[in-house]
Design a protein around this ligand. Structure first.
Ligand code: PLP
Length: 478
């Protein structure tokens, strides 16, 4: 018999949940046998699934038996030892436990009354994170200043919501200076500045907010300096444009370079420009005092974002944004009003959607069960792995390390070595061979016209042995 409201009876759920947990444990235990990137062609799934949903509900056993046949068949295994692409994504059992509770309790905490527990846990967890990373006081709810943190789904949303906040601020400022202007006059003159090495999500935020994005040259080293920014601002001001927002990156996706936030921040202070720092990947490393120098000048930022779901053992989705956003997306409706709204945080004003999950539970579980010590060890292990891989590459004269290895990313390329081919062509071919071979999964990138391979370390199943295998494959293909 089926429980009409919950889908299945509680006892059936208990049994199914036990088999599901056992499956997940086995999946992790035996992930070394899985190929990181699957052998499927686009459209493969249609052949595996019926064309319509079943009319009558099926048994759990039937669903379970399709997990390997259907789901795993086309899975990219982000935690397989052969996966070195992008940046790693976190996967921890404490994080998973919290996700079970989050799904099980099903709360939608858009305002304080919609779930006081969800709202208040999030403010405390954001403070725990900010203090663990030694972020400036202005980003702490219980600190000195108006700011505080919020958990967004992704770094892309964080960039968009902060850009929208900056846009509102500049519109208010310009209209108070000249009431004859319309907000559209102001909007059409606004400019966003970012590096030509920053993540594509910055350009997308500009597209969505309808603001021109000016990409600054980060040069051969992938770093935007204050001088480059100042020149662009001066030129734009001469053309009657309004410099509105700068998105600087700490830890670019391509090569893990760091914009000069101190120089950029000083200019933003003088010019009254919102400075957002995208530290989606590298921000997690600030939990270790020895890496805090990468964030020199961070106290000049208006907002700062990093993804615990990348490198801080909190399963996707959890993107921590520290700022002061409470008025930027404020739209009220009678059914959302409540008695305490003047004195409590309503996170719906700090994000794009209304509904929100109880994401801070995973931060709480991970911070309590792993502790700051455990997270520091996790980061240090990832950095040590990258240094180890760098040492392997440096021993082979055919290869070159393209950017300094500062955290868990190694960028390398093959030299020309007298071949009558362009270096980029040689490396594109090397990348193609590695992809076709399938034993490891990498993604390439380019900076300043130079094409190279990226090996990202630090995932839960990365190890010296995995890196030895990776290096063997690269050399064999080379
Ligand atoms: N910014 C940087 C520097 C990144 O490396 C990434 C993803 O790797 C992003 C933004 C986008 O992250 P998200 O998927 O959380 O939007």
């Amino acid at each position: 018999t089926k429980s009409p409201r919950k889908g299945i009876e509680p006892e059936t759920f208990r049994n199914a949940a036990t088999t599901m947990i056992d499956y997940v444990i086995k999946y992790h235990k035996e992930i070394g046998n899985r190929q990181a990137f699957p052998d499927v062609e686009p459209g493969f799934m249609r052949d595996l699934l019926p064309s319509d949903a079943p009319k009558a509900g099926e048994s759990w056993e039937d669903v379970y038996s399709d997990i390997e046949r259907v789901v795993m068949r086309g899975m990219t295994h982000w935690n397989a030892p052969g996966f070195f692409a992008y940046f790693p994504t976190a996967s921890s059992f404490p994080g998973l436990l919290a996700d079970i509770l989050c799904g099980g309790a099903t709360c939608i905490g858009f305002s304080w009354v919609a779930s006081p527990s969800c709202t208040e846990m999030e403010t405390v967890m954001m403070d725990w994170l900010a203090k663990a990373l030694d972020l400036p006081q202005c980003f702490i709810h219980g600190g000195h200043g108006p700011g505080g943190g919020v958990i967004q789904g992704t770094a892309s949303e964080s960039t968009l919501i902060t850009l929208i906040a900056a846009r509102s601020k500049v519109i208010r400022r310009e209209l108070s200076r000249d009431p004859n202007l319309s907000m559209y006059d102001v909007l059409s003159r606004m400019v966003v500045y970012t590096s030509n090495c920053s993540h594509s999500s910055v350009e997308k935020a500009g597209l969505l907010a309808m603001i021109e994005v000016r990409k600054l040259d980060a040069g051969r080293e992938g770093i935007v300096t204050g001088k480059t920014l100042q020149e662009a601002i001066d030129e734009d001001k001469k053309n009657n444009k309004i410099p509105t927002f700068v998105c600087a990156t700490l830890g670019t996706t391509s090569c893990c370079s760091y914009d000069n936030v101190d120089e950029i921040g000083r200019i933003c202070e003088i010019e009254d420009i919102w400075l957002h720092i995208d530290a989606a990947y590298a921000g997690a490393a600030l939990i270790c005092p020895e890496f805090r120098h990468i964030a020199n000048g961070i106290q000049r930022a208006t907002s700062f974002n990093f993804n615990p779901h990348k490198w801080l053992m909190v399963n996707f989705d959890c993107s921590a944004l520290c700022s002061y956003l409470s008025n930027s997306a404020n739209v009220d409706a009678l059914y959302l009003e409540h008695e305490t709204q003047q004195t409590t945080i309503d996170y719906r004003h700090w994000q794009i959607p209304l509904g929100r999950r109880y994401r801070s539970l995973k931060v709480w579980f991970v911070l309590r069960m792993v502790g700051i010590d455990g997270l520091q060890s996790h980061i240090r292990r990832g950095v040590a792995e990258a240094k180890y891989f760098e040492s392997l590459v440096r021993k082979d004269e055919r290869f070159e390390i393209v950017f300094p290895v500062t955290l868990g990313l190694v960028c390398l390329k093959l030299k020309r070595l007298g071949l009558n081919l362009e270096e980029n062509v040689i490396n594109e071919e090397l990348n193609r061979k590695i992809q076709d071979d399938r034993r490891i999964h990498l993604v390439p990138s380019t900076v300043h016209g130079i094409y190279f391979l990226r090996v990202a370390t630090g995932s839960v199943n990365c190890s010296r042995q995995a890196l030895d295998n990776c290096w063997d494959v690269i050399r064999e293909m080379a």
